[in-house]
Ligand binder design. Structure first.
Ligand code: CO8
Length: 257
């Protein structure tokens, strides 16, 4: 990959957006690399959890304004659709994805963080949806995911004022799940990734699917969906192993089966 770094170590996939000179702004090339990397991750059984972060002082400072400024409405729509494809793939991939937000997460960067399952922010991170100041609106799913994460009122506040908020404020409103000292951010993200990776992979994947899919359904349909996904996990070999290990007072050895 030319615009991201991707490596796997001890079952964890590390995706680092790597355009530090442009504060990791998302252009079509970065989006294409991200789509390819997550397609690779989806198919790789050795990857149990993923951490997404940014190189340098930013997580991602948004979609690339220089590139967008050159696009007409139709081309802009294509870029938007590509962004949606990437975010939807990250949200659907059957592995936990953690955003380690090391700095600016603005516009498309905040949207990328929101497509991940869990967000851990450095105390130095800053969040905003500044699009209205550029004459546009969030276009990589932000109007929808922000409202779902922090509620309609706060989403409207952030999107309409374009105000930049601190990590502490992002934590307060539920936009991030944890805040860490800058030098401890990656350790904290790895700790969470390893904790999740130590659990039964089918259970993690079905929990992710049940929460994500059920969230957009009415309660009745969502509970039906939980019953169906639960049944898949209940029939797994890892369920037999997990429960046997508990009863035998030993650590389970999950096989993703
Ligand atoms: N796009 C392109 N280049 C960027 C971006 C960006 N989003 N952000 C920063 N850069 C570049 C700067 O232009 C600068 O380049 P150069 O050195 O060549 O002048 C370099 O990165 C460093 O940036 P600054 O000098 O500005 O650094 P500062 O520390 O002074 O400021 C900020 C940091 C506050 C983050 C500032 O760079 C900034 O405000 N950036 C823009 C933030 C923004 O508005 N983001 C939202 C973009 S819109 C969006 O994400 C829409 C998503 C949906 C798109 C749908 C597709 C059509």
């Amino acid at each position: 990959y030319e615009n991201i770094k991707y490596e796997v170590s001890e079952g964890i996939g590390y995706v680092t957006i790597n355009r530090p000179k442009a504060l990791n702004a998302l252009n079509m090339d970065v989006l294409t690399d991200l789509y390819a990397a997550f397609t690779e991750i989806e198919a790789d059984e050795t990857v149990k959890a993923v951490i997404v972060t940014g190189e340098g002082k930013a997580f991602v400072a948004g979609a690339d304004i220089a590139q967008m400024s050159q696009l007409n409405a139709l081309e802009g729509r294509e870029m938007m659709i590509m962004g949606h494809k990437v975010m939807n793939l990250i949200e659907a991939v059957e592995k936990p994805v953690i955003a380690a937000v090391n700095g600016f997460a603005l516009g498309g960067g905040c949207e990328l963080a929101m497509a991940c399952d869990i967000r851990i922010a450095s105390e130095k991170a800053k969040f905003a949806q500044p699009e209205v100041g550029l004459g546009i609106i969030p276009g990589f799913g932000g109007t929808q995911r922000l409202a779902r994460l922090v509620g309609k009122g706060m989403a409207k506040y952030m999107i309409m004022t374009a105000e930049m908020i601190s990590a502490a404020e992002a934590y307060r409103i539920g936009l991030v799940e944890k805040v860490a000292a800058p030098e401890e951010l990656m350790d904290e993200a790895v700790k969470v990734a390893k904790t999740i990776a130590s659990k039964a992979p089918i259970a993690i994947a079905t929990a992710k699917s049940a929460i994500n899919n059920g969230f957009d359904m009415d309660m009745k349909s969502a509970s039906k969906f939980e019953i169906e996904t639960f049944t898949a996990a209940f029939g797994s070999e890892d369920k037999t192993e997990g429960m046997a290990a508990f009863l035998e007072k030993r650590a389970p050895e999950f096989k993703n089966k």
